[in-house]
Design a binder for this molecule. Structure first.
Ligand code: ADP
Ligand code: MG
Length: 623
């Protein structure tokens, strides 16, 4: 038999990659705008014709490219932004995959003009479907202009898949909003079919929000500021009385990158609890800054989803920061747009830069645990936990008298000065051992579960492992079409846009096989009377929002399996988060369920769920 495997030619590989990166004209807009920002531009123009079907052009005044770089930029995996895999955890740029230009050039007619500040002349390159048609010297201003014409000219199926101009333009406008909001110091202009839709100067964040969403927005904004060791928050939430029926004004930016996170969104809803009318959604425009090392951006080609090292703590900080602001500012007088926002703040907040408000973060809060284990907060490092930490010793005085029948992890908080590595819980190291003799696992950094093997050591990623467990169980329920559901005391009404309701109704049958019971799915509301056993009512909105976002992000013509997508999405929403403390029983349960899975070693998104280290490996390290 002859060998049958062959390497795909580059232009075919590029077309396949394009399927993931470029779903519609808006994807091109996003990639080109991001490249302009990465090039250090402070003035960017976006020019669109026929909702991007005929032309998407971005002109920037950034650093431009050399003749060679201009040609190389269209190669796949050609990037100036990272050099090694380690750089992935230090990202300060929007792009890093080196795929966008190659992908776009595979499925459109592209003209690139570029010149560096010190060069006399620039370069112009024309490419059609990955073939370079010409490369010449040209006179052009400093910076780069990329014009993308006739998108999907060589993939008619994809071209036909495009929606009406109105819909595609809305997607483009959404992308534009996101990029412009993330970069208020950059001036932007946006033209569609010759008319100017936006022309916004370099400005502060408040002005940017108001320029994009209209003058009326100004009086609705409540500033949110928080600065902790792990997370810095700045931005605004909308006053409750101005909440909207749609979720169109909900923006999270993490390190200046727009992201979607139903889980963090839930933190905001929790902060607004009791303040919103049924079916209304809070508006928010929040910038979160975290150490790039603590996030993974490389989990989705469009980079709108990221994975946090400690999502659990971020949730708590976010919720309490927003709550605090609502309390502080809800009664503040209407703010004047001409003033700097620092003048608008009440006297006690004027010099807020220096002192971050203290908030209570229960780092060890764990909804799965019983009360005993959530009092184990011994982290004394973070200033933000100061208040909660003071109260800990008192609480535990009692437990000293109660004695050992309270759970092992109740003790030893008198030892509050102990500051081990940030996340290590002293009680999991010592006190449990005195009660439970057969301890085989422990938790590391509230992220990994470490266990011993005959041959060495096993380290499990708690989030990925749990995703695998849930994924297999949901998939089973969906395919054998039987699941138990728990009846809700009161029907739960959730509101969505008609488009979102459509997505849910397409998946309704599969959802019912997981245990959901819908009494009504119409226009803008979904009424739920039953949920899968074990799913808390409060998580239902997270699940459905995540599901909608996953469906929207899915590649339209890839081999789409609704059941698989649903199982993956629900597993993602419900899996134990990083940063969540697990007691011993929970740890062991997770380990056992993981190894009862069909494919225990990878997560539903094909990442390793655990690693092992043999005694040999360990011994070598001691040599
Ligand atoms: P990535 O952004 O992931 O690096 P791209 O395919 O988007 O990949 O771009 C490839 C490379 O081309 C970039 O790394 C950058 O060096 C260069 N480039 C792209 N657009 C611009 C631009 N507007 N100005 C300057 N350089 C650019
Ligand atoms: Mg790029």
């Amino acid at each position: 038999m002859t060998d049958i495997i062959q390497l795909l030619p580059d232009h075919v590989a590029n077309q396949i990659a394009a399927g993931e990166v470029v779903q519609r004209p808006a994807s091109v807009v996003k990639e080109l705008l991001e490249n302009a920002i990465d090039a250090g531009a402070d003035d960017i123009k976006l020019i669109i014709k026929d909702a991007g079907k005929t032309l998407v052009q971005v002109i920037d005044n950034g650093k431009g490219m050399s003749v060679t770089d201009a040609r190389l930029s269209f190669e796949r995996h050609a990037t100036s932004k990272i050099k090694s895999a380690e750089d992935l955890f230090q990202l300060n740029t929007k792009g890093f995959r080196g795929e966008a230009l190659a992908s776009i050039a595979a499925i459109a007619h592209v003209e690139l003009k570029t010149k560096r500040p010190d060069d006399e002349l620039g370069t112009v390159i024309e490419i059609e479907g990955s073939t370079v048609k010409s490369q010449e010297v040209t006179v052009t201003p400093t910076g780069t202009s990329v014009a993308v014409k006739n998108l999907f000219f060589n993939i008619p199926a994809r071209r036909n898949f495009l929606k009406s101009d109105t819909v595609e333009l809305r997607h483009i406008t959404d992308e534009f909003h996101r990029v412009a909001l993330a970069h208020p110091s950059i001036a932007f202009a946006f033209y569609h079919n010759g008319s100017e839709l936006f022309n916004i100067p370099s400005e502060n964040y408040r002005q940017r929000v108001v320029h994009i969403f209209g003058n009326k927005t100004n009086e609705r904004l409540v500033p949110v500021e928080e600065d902790t060791e792990v997370l810095k928050i700045s931005g605004f939430v909308g006053k409750p009385e101005y909440s909207k029926k749609t979720r169109s004004e909900q923006f999270f930016f993490v390190n200046q990158r727009f992201i979607k996170s139903p889980y963090l969104n839930h933190a905001i809803s929790a902060a607004f609890e009791g303040l919103l009318k049924d079916g209304y959604h809070a508006s928010y425009f929040l910038n979160l800054t975290v150490d790039p090392k603590t996030i993974d951006i490389n989990i989705h080609p469009t980079k709108t989803e990221i994975k946090f090292d400690d999502e659990h703590t971020l949730y708590a900080i976010l919720r309490s920061a927003v709550k605090h602001s609502l309390g502080q500012f809800n009664i503040a007088p209407v703010l004047d747009f001409e003033q700097q926002s620092s003048f608008d703040t009440p006297y006690s907040y004027k010099d807020k830069a220096g002192k971050a408000p203290t908030i209570e973060v229960d780092r060890s809060f764990n909804p799965f645990a019983d009360e005993g284990s959530s009092s184990g907060n011994t982290s004394s490092k973070s200033t933000s936990t100061r208040t909660s930490f003071k109260s800990v010793p008192t609480a535990n005085w009692e437990s000293l008298y109660v004695g050992l029948e309270s759970k092992g992890n109740r003790r030893q908080e008198d030892d509050v000065e102990v500051s081990f590595e940030k996340e290590v819980k002293t009680e999991t190291i010592f006190s449990d051992a005195s009660v439970e003799t057969s301890k085989t696992t422990f938790q590391l950094q509230q992220k990994y579960i470490v266990s011993t093997l005959k041959s060495g050591m096993l380290i499990i990623d708690q989030n990925r492992a749990h995703q695998r467990v849930l994924y297999e169980s949901f998939l089973k329920h969906i395919t054998i079409k039987e699941a138990t559901s728990q009846q809700l005391l009161f029907p739960l009404q959730l509101s969505f846009t008609p488009n979102e309701v459509n997505i849910i109704s397409e998946l309704q049958e599969d959802l019912e096989h997981t245990g959901f019971v819908f009494s009504d799915v119409k226009e803008e509301t979904i009424t739920i009377t039953g949920v899968p056993v074990g799913v808390p009512e409060s998580e239902v909105s997270i699940i459905l929002e995540q599901l909608i976002s996953d469906v929207e992000n899915d590649v339209p013509d890839a081999s789409f399996s609704a059941a698989d997508l649903l199982a993956k999405s629900m597993a993602k929403s419900l899996a134990i988060k990083n940063g969540q403390t697990l007691n011993n029983t929970e740890q062991e349960h997770l380990v056992n369920s993981l190894f009862a899975c069909k494919e225990p070693n990878i997560s539903p998104t094909n990442r390793p769920t655990f690693i092992t280290m043999s005694t040999d490996d360990i011994e070598k390290k001691f040599m």
